[in-house]
Design a protein around this ligand. Structure first.
Ligand code: SAH
Length: 339
């Protein structure tokens, strides 16, 4: 299969010319692609052209919805996208008062090996291309509408797939989504954070910290052997200085591991004086991992201590908990159902 979305302006022009069509068809075609319209339904284009594209093996997007589950409680939609070659990745659409946010995957699987994450259980399978990332956004928007925010927080480590992730951000901006409404989440690849900070349309940076000390972080995140928490915070500070954009740290609370009052105090001390934000989330338990989320009282006490110590924080709602909201869970379930 060949996807129209993978073609740049030059490629589209060449294709339109090959079909013997005038150049104004390029704009018509690209408007359809941006909306994810299937070729057969591109009714403004002559039937002969549509038939030809289909006969040549084209389709509009390079990621298509293979399965969808929707939360009965909050409308969160979890998608399983099929890519060329049969690989599957997950995406999520979350509904907020300000519009819909799509969470996209940047790799099939992940090489980072975080101990609490379902996406990395079998390592990295392959990188996604920018058009495969963009296809997830367009497909979800075509399905539910109202998409105005994008987070790169699905499976994969975007900074381990740097060139395509950056190309994706550029294409999203061209499509009219502001870089202020695009977040990139990383486990903290410091050199790449620096590289990203020099981009004119740098996204909001979210760093998965999950522990306030090297000793603890190394037990759950292999990347912590390469970069210390101090180095990660220093990279975040440089990002803030260069982009003026407040950095967010993700902190998943794992029962009896990183949720003590002492951890809260150490976390507050680590970021003291740095105008960042801490996003707290109860760990979404992954059966294969044997780790549990902290209970509500512990989470609230942790948040209170951060607030008392002057550290901006919020507790992220766990959306779509009834539909396997956590990373990698839907894909794993789907694959094991197929086996
Ligand atoms: N590789 C990137 C982005 C993908 S993970 C990163 O590390 O940030 C997206 C976020 O989900 C990260 O903050 C990750 O640590 C978190 N996460 C993964 N598994 C989780 C789980 N079971 N419960 C809660 N958060 C989880």
């Amino acid at each position: 299969m060949k996807a129209l979305i993978a073609l740049d302006a030059q490629g589209l022009s060449a294709l339109v010319a090959e079909c013997g069509q005038p150049s104004y068809r390029v704009k018509q075609l690209s408007d359809y692609i941006a909306k994810g319209v299937p070729i057969a339904q591109m009714s403004v284009l002559p039937k002969s052209m549509r038939d030809r594209l289909i006969a040549e093996g084209y389709r509009t997007l390079s990621a298509t919805i293979a399965k969808k589950r929707q939360s009965a409680t909050d409308g969160t939609a979890k998608y399983l996208f099929a890519l060329d070659g049969g690989d599957l990745v997950e995406g999520v659409l979350m509904k907020y008062s300000y519009g819909n946010t799509v969470c996209v995957s940047t790799q099939v699987g992940c090489a980072m090996g975080c101990k609490f994450c379902a996406s990395t259980l079998e390592g990295k399978v392959r990188d996604l291309t920018a058009d495969e990332m963009l296809s997830q956004v367009i497909a979800a928007d075509a399905d539910e509408g109202g998409v105005n925010h994008v987070v790169m927080m699905g499976s994969g480590e975007p900074l381990d797939n740097y060139a395509e992730s950056v190309k994706f951000i550029d294409r999203l901006c061209e499509s009219g989504i502001s870089h202020r409404h695009i977040s990139l989440s990383t486990c903290g690849l410091c050199e790449r954070i620096d590289e990203l900070s020099h981009k004119p349309n740098a996204p909001v940076l979210t760093i998965s910290l999950h522990a306030p000390t090297d000793e603890l972080r190394r037990r759950i995140m292999p990347i912590a052997a390469k970069y210390s928490v101090c180095e990660v915070v220093a990279a975040a500070k440089r990002y803030f200085e260069r982009t003026s954009r407040r950095v967010i740290f993700e902190y998943s609370l794992i029962a009896g591991f990183n949720d003590t009052q002492e951890c809260a105090r150490k976390l507050a001390a680590l970021v003291k004086g740095f105008p960042c934000h801490i996003n707290l989330i109860r760990l979404n338990p992954v059966a294969e991992r044997g780790l549990d989320g902290s209970d509500k009282r512990t989470v609230e006490a942790f948040a209170r201590t951060l607030t008392a110590l002057g550290t901006s924080n919020s507790l992220r709602r766990t959306l779509g908990a009834d539909i396997d909201g956590a990373c990698g869970q839907l894909r794993r379930k789907y694959i094991s159902e197929q086996r």
